[in-house]
Design a binder for this molecule. Structure first.
Ligand code: NI
Length: 252
């Protein structure tokens, strides 16, 4: 069975120079599936053109919480019409981020809520970003139930259990390989195996031993191996489980 990356930004500027080599390294490292996340319509159109004979890509588009102040109704409706397309498997990353901006909380909540409602109507899963806003994120997710994943999960194990109860998946990034990963390690021990996913969120959050360089999907292997080791799981068994989870959430 192969590895997968449930959240990557290979459509980012950081990969424009050497995307073909990045895709080659994915295939060489047996990373054969990836969800490409787009926050902008141009990036989404670019992402749709990315292909490799040995890798299967899926696509997600969403209005990022950091961008809500620049989104007017016309732009919102442009996103909305793309969400309806078959190629758009998931809506995200969407959510709340009070780390960089606490001044526009109400606007962030409004845009998040409206995208959750669209996900309900379109029967599509969501990919949720939450930073320094976990309670407000949870409250909206509880109010508007949909399928989805908490991407790059970095809150408590206790809160993770609450998201599991809502039916969400928990996706773990390369930070689980970092020295100060105590909380992430507690999270993985508390999440049922059939709700766990792994991701790079590349070009950010590079796992050890590549930390310090640009992250890329091939490095998801370090994160996967670390989690399998921590959980005492056979790697093959873990890969099979990850693939099942990915398909259950995002479709075949
Ligand atoms: Ni991301």
């Amino acid at each position: 069975m192969n590895w997968l990356d449930s959240h990557c930004h290979i459509n980012d500027e950081a990969f424009r120079e050497d995307l073909d080599a990045v895709l080659e390294r994915m295939a060489e490292n047996d990373v054969r599936k990836a969800m490409i996340i787009s926050s902008y319509i141009d990036d989404y159109r670019f992402a749709l053109k990315i292909s490799h004979p040995e890798i299967s890509f899926k696509h997600s588009l969403g209005i990022y919480p950091g961008d809500v102040d620049t989104v007017d109704e016309e732009l919102f409706h442009s996103y909305e019409s793309l969400y309806k397309e078959k190629e758009c498997t998931a809506i995200g990353e969407i959510g709340l981020d009070y780390h960089w901006n606490k001044e526009n909380k109400e606007r962030q909540k409004e845009i998040f809520q409206r995208q959750l409602v669209l996900a309900q109507q379109l029967h599509k899963p969501v990919i949720v970003h939450s930073r320094d806003a976990i309670q407000d994120t949870y409250d909206l997710m509880k109010k508007y139930p949909v399928q989805g994943v908490m991407h790059c999960y970095s809150d408590s194990a206790e809160m993770a259990r609450e998201f599991i109860k809502l039916g969400y998946y928990i996706s773990i990034s390369g930070t689980v390989t970092w020295k100060n990963a105590r909380e992430s390690l507690e999270v993985i021990r508390n999440v049922p195996l059939d709700r766990l996913l792994i991701e790079t969120d590349c070009p950010y959050l590079t796992p050890v031993p590549k930390r310090g360089s640009r992250n890329e999907p091939a490095y998801v292997v370090y994160t996967g191996k670390k989690i399998a080791e921590e959980l005492g799981l056979d790697e093959e068994v873990f890969k099979i489980q990850l693939n099942e989870n990915y398909h259950r959430l995002f479709g075949l």
